[in-house]
Design a protein around this ligand. Sequence first.
Ligand code: PAF
Length: 281
Amino acid sequence: MKVIKKSEQVQNIIKKLKQQKKSIGFVPTMGALHQGHISLIRRARKENDIVAVSIFVNPAQFGPNEDLKKYPRPFEKDVGICKSEGVDVIFAPSPKEMYPENYLTYITVEKLSDIMCGKFRHGHFRGVATIVAKLFNIVQPDRAYFGLKDFQQSVIVKKMVTDLNFPVKIISSPIVREKDGLALSSRNVYLSFTERKNALSLSRSLQTAKNLIKYKNIKSAEKIISEMRKIISPKVDKIDYIDIHDAETLEEIKYIKKKVVIAVAVIVGKTRLIDNIIVKR
Ligand code: PAF
């Protein structure tokens, strides 16, 4: 396994692999790898000749008061995980490598970036779209793998790939959860014992919402959101949003008719957590 810090070096290696007609599977990450990332790496391993993983805590997707500085960076541990999962190439650039002085070019996927998490994290998805586009240009993957915990992110990346004609297939993989329902996240390490227990209200509320739609035939988004709020509200410090959107277009909906994503974002202690569930009627 190669660990590479320079974009040009990755591009040269990929060029040779492409000449040999090798397919490239790519898992972009910010490190602090957990079972969610591992499930993406395993899928990429199954479906491609070569697996590349990027480890880069992307400053452009963090707001000024967010956790960029304290975001976990267990680099050696991540390298060990990649090695044992059969990754071929790790791309781990420095911030300067990705955003050299006088860097000026950003990508915005309009509309989709301003709703849900975008309302509360201004500029976040601009940072995500920009780094993902840059990584795609460097790694030139045939397939790229994203976890559905960041549902909005995967819709935005798909839209960017379509709109900008990137020759890459975006593959979204299901959320990986702890046995008790907590969605895996690199940020879960911030949670105290009590905060972690309170965070379970997210998955519980999503499961309740699903049951209301599937088994109680409730169609009103307002009613479902209000039931979810009753579960979450006593357990968290702040609710950023509880939203129901069309799972394809992310259009906010009032009545559930087809496939929807029910998404929540909250603050528990000082930690921002998101979770979601996809429900088909
Ligand atoms: O999902 C993440 O970890 C990040 O947003 C990504 C896609 C690696 C871009 O920095």
